[in-house]
Ligand binder design. Structure first.
Ligand code: G6P
Length: 371
């Protein structure tokens, strides 16, 4: 006889100490699910998107960061003017200008976030076309959106969203690519190339988890007592920086800053002094040259540089105190889906190193259904 020492809750965690860690590791699978969505729904959403004069991407929290990253995809690939906006600001900022030619694509894991649904109500009243991406079948969002797609991530219990973020982005990337193909604004080769890489996203994430998990855990122990982190990235990586900072804030309570790196000299640089850890997101691509400049700027003021960069990128590695190596061949536009993963892990291990429970962050709820 062997006595099973697992509690029911632990059994649900399938041996992982926390739901958050389990959900981080589920990402290769949830991403594969996001690649198997039914084509007719993606086609329908694409047809609506194509009719818009402008696109508003409306969401809260982590879902907003998915929208922020996706806004670069829609603008660059489909050449559609795209405004990412947090739900609670939508009515104030765009309420008077949104109209029949506007597409409002709302992203909500729960499909129940109060501010997001309020933005949807307003957009519908102004005759805009409301579309949705959600993880929750039967949620209010699915009832009020003209068309929607379920991202198929499976239940997410951890308050800090992880697998639902990467899947939202993978769905958004598929939509941006479909729209780009429909509109014919980008070369066939570029689209073919990105579509081929899209299919590889789950295995890029798998390789990152396999190759970097132990190293990231060691980094978390090394930096566990820091009182401030800076997260910097350029272009689409500024969304990765914001989302990674949010993970750290939510579960470690360490006040941290995230900025587009180009903006760092307009403020954040003033808090940099000897030893402040500065996490740079540095995929290969158009922004790489400028990010090197930003790293040098921070280094000159004594910051300790932790770079998340491509394996073998000696130019960046030489400038860094520590680095996290990402697989080769990730296109910059898709990089947030993969580069955020080791930083989710970093936040997780920072929290546990501090003795905090990452599944139960203080004052936060999984779903905010009240004003
Ligand atoms: C809360 C959760 C976040 C989530 C946000 C938006 O703040 O703690 O993890 O990103 O709500 O939720 P939604 O369900 O609309 O994506």
């Amino acid at each position: 006889m062997t006595e099973v020492t697992w509690s029911l809750e632990m059994a649900e965690k399938r041996g992982y100490p926390h739901f958050m860690l389990k959900e981080i590791y589920e990402q290769p699978r949830s991403l594969r699910n996001a690649l198997r969505l039914q084509h007719q729904y993606l086609d329908l959403l694409t047809a609506f998107l194509d009719r818009g004069r402008e696109l508003f991407l409306v969401a809260a929290g982590t879902s907003y960061h998915a929208c922020l990253a996706a806004s670069y995809m829609f603008s660059k690939l489909a050449k559609l003017t795209t405004y990412p906006v947090v739900s609670s600001e939508f009515v104030e900022r765009y309420g008077a200008s949104v109209g029949i030619d506007s597409i409002v694509l709302t992203v909500s894991q729960s499909g129940e976030t109060y501010d997001t649904l309020r933005a949807v109500d307003h957009a519908r009243m102004r005759a805009a076309t409301v579309l949705g991406i959600t993880n929750t079948v039967g949620s209010t969002l699915t009832r009020v959106a003209r068309a929607y797609v379920i991202q198929q991530s499976g239940p997410e219990i951890g308050v800090a969203a992880t697998k639902t973020f990467t899947s939202q982005l993978l769905v958004l990337a598929q939509l941006a690519l479909r729209l780009a193909r429909t509109r014919g604004k980008v070369s066939q080769d570029e689209i073919d190339d990105l579509e081929a890489k899209l299919v590889e996203v789950p295995s890029f994430v798998e390789r990152t988890l396999e190759g970097q998990a132990e190293h990231v855990e060691a980094l978390a122990r090394k930096y566990a007592d820091e009182r401030l982190f800076l997260f910097l990235g350029r272009g689409v990586s500024s969304a990765t920086a914001l989302e990674s900072r949010l993970k750290v804030l939510e579960i470690t309570y360490v006040p941290s800053l995230a900025y587009p790196a180009g903006e760092s000299k307009h403020g954040p640089i003033s808090v940099v002094e000897e030893g402040v850890p500065c996490i740079f997101i540095c995929p290969r691509g158009e922004t790489r040259r400028d990010i090197v400049g930003s790293i040098m700027e921070m280094k000159a003021r004594g910051a300790r540089i932790i770079a998340v960069c491509e394996e073998g990128d000696e130019g960046i590695i030489d400038l860094s105190d520590d680095h996290i190596e990402m697989p080769r061949g990730v296109p910059e536009l898709l990089s947030p889906i993969i580069y955020v993963v080791p930083l989710q892990l970093l936040a997780y291990h920072l929290a546990t190193a501090k003795g905090l429970d990452p599944d139960k962050p203080r004052n936060l709820a999984k779903s905010v259904t009240v004003p």
